[in-house]
Design a protein around this ligand. Structure first.
Ligand SMILES: Nc1ncnc2c1ncn2[C@@H]1O[C@H](COP(=O)(O)OP(=O)(O)OP(=O)(O)O)[C@@H](O)[C@H]1O
Length: 264
């Protein structure tokens, strides 16, 4: 494959529901092994944009996955190329964690073929990486919110795709599990060249993990680039109506700290 082909290329992408367009004219490019964070206030179109890339809502414009238009790929081809973790998926409550994560292998199985020992070892490895091995035999309906969230990510990682689309992957996770999950995703990116596109409400995480940040407001891109350029107190005041300070930690990481407005 041509080394200069982007993992994801969006040109003039629009998307919406029942005739109401909520994402307008988005263009972006993510190199193989890059991490794009889509940020923006509630209702700004982040999840809709991610769904458009996953092929789950109709989109105008061009969406290319590793140089191939998404519109020309079958569902199965796309599922081998793109793993999508929705924000709040409906889970089959009675399924065990292992069986649910095994579903991630489906796009790789032949028609009527059963999972192989390789599929099972991939699932085992993913469960262990996500600290889920102790829960492997539990049914999904008995898991806590954070455990369910990790199971969803495990299913997507078991899919072993080159592109990961993660919709608010840290929702419901405590700070330690959130960091562990983002570190794991970052390691996959650095070691295996996996490309990541994630929506993130937590702007500190977005600034620390993504190498590109796309800020949406009203379904439009209002800023794009490295976090140091996009995540500024002035922009967050304008687009989130938030009072924050953007600080630099002792290790040089950006930290977005909400601060109470001064008393009037
Ligand atoms: N299934 C749907 N049918 C109709 N409108 C929808 C649907 N899903 C989302 N919308 C609308 O589209 C707009 C963008 O929603 P979207 O979920 O993409 O925003 P978001 O930035 O991800 O929001 P949040 O931060 O609250 O998760 C909102 O006005 C929302 O009400």
């Amino acid at each position: 494959m041509n080394a200069t082909v982007s993992a994801l290329r969006l040109r003039g992408v629009g998307a919406g529901y029942e005739g109401r367009r909520v994402v307008h004219d988005v263009s972006a490019e993510v190199a193989q092994g890059g991490w794009l964070a889509i940020v923006g206030p509630n209702g700004s179109g982040k999840s809709t944009l991610l769904k458009a890339v996953a092929g789950l809502v109709a989109a105008a414009g061009t969406i290319e996955l590793h140089g191939t238009p998404g519109s020309s790929m079958s569902r199965r081809e796309k599922a081998r190329e793109v793993g999508y973790a929705p924000q709040d998926p409906a889970l089959p409550e009675g399924l065990t964690v292992t069986d649910y994560v095994l579903l991630g292998r489906t796009p790789h199985l032949g028609t009527l073929a059963r999972e192989s020992s390789r599929d099972l070892s991939i699932v085992e490895e993913v469960l262990s990486r996500l600290d889920l091995d102790g829960l492997a035999g539990r049914s999904l309906g008995t898991l806590s919110g954070g455990e369910r969230q990790r199971a969803v990510l495990a299913r997507v990682l078991a899919q072993r795709t080159r592109l990961l689309l993660l919709d608010e992957p840290t929702t419901g996770l405590d700070v330690g599990h959130a960091q562990a999950l983002l570190e794991l995703v970052d390691r996959l990116r650095r070691e295996d060249g996996i490309t990541v596109v994630s929506t993130l409400h937590d702007l500190t995480f977005a600034a620390q993990y993504a190498n590109q940040v796309l800020l949406l407001d009203g379904g439009e891109v209002v800023a794009a680039g490295p976090a140091s350029e996009v995540v500024t107190a002035e922009r967050l005041a304008r687009h989130y109506d938030a009072t924050v300070e953007v600080l630099t930690s002792t290790h040089g990481n950006l930290v977005v700290a909400p601060t109470r407005p001064p008393p009037r």
